[in-house]
Design a binder for this molecule. Structure first.
Ligand SMILES: CC(C)(COP(=O)(O)OP(=O)(O)OC[C@H]1O[C@@H](n2cnc3c(N)ncnc32)[C@H](O)[C@@H]1OP(=O)(O)O)[C@@H](O)C(=O)NCCC(=O)NCCS
Length: 145
């Protein structure tokens, strides 16, 4: 199996290239938290669990793993289309999960759009359990009067 990538911690100087990478990937939702200043905080607070897969100088995959002291959270797992189905997504996720566990997370959560059938198939093939027992809520500061 072809796996000629190397996975390294994301650095602040990789923020702009990561944003460009995500813009080209269907299924990655970009929002206000993907402004460079927000991503810089994310990387500084989670330096070991935000990872990039490189093929030479090219980004071929990413994952952002966050830990708040209770739960781990996965964001922006993405693999370049022509690099899919080679276990790169699985490699990124397993590496990130291992780091989050070392950091103290006892459970890790993530959000998937219900129409994202490939991501759902991916996570469920790896044993992730869809939650039907909870309803997710958000507070949006931009919506405050
Ligand atoms: C989801 C994603 C990261 C998977 O990356 P990947 O590198 O192709 O995944 P892997 O090769 O590690 O797949 C591992 C297993 O997951 C399952 N799987 C992955 N993609 C699948 C698909 N499109 N359909 C069905 N099963 C799939 C398979 O069982 C696969 O093993 P197999 O290839 O031996 O059958 C990739 O499709 C992607 O970047 N999607 C767009 C971004 C996205 O939606 N991210 C998730 C946001 S929540």
């Amino acid at each position: 199996m072809k796996s000629d990538w190397v996975i390294r911690e994301a650095q602040v100087e990789h923020i702009e290239p990561m944003i460009q990478f995500w813009k080209g990937i269907e299924g990655v939702g970009l929002g206000r938290s993907d402004e460079p200043a927000s991503l810089e905080i994310m990387l500084k607070n989670n330096s070991s669990s935000c990872l990039i897969a490189w093929h030479g100088d090219n980004i071929v995959g990413t994952i952002l793993g966050g830990f708040d002291g209770r739960r781990g959270m996965i964001y922006h797992l993405a693999v370049l289309p022509q690099w899919r189905r080679r276990k790169l997504g699985q490699s990124l996720l397993e590496r990130c999960l291992g780091i989050l566990k070392e950091r103290g997370a006892v459970k890790v959560n993530l959000f998937v759009y219900p129409h994202n059938s490939q991501a759902i198939a991916f996570y469920e093939s790896l044993g992730w359990i869809p939650r039907s027992d909870i309803q997710a809520y958000s507070w949006d500061y931009a919506a405050e009067l």
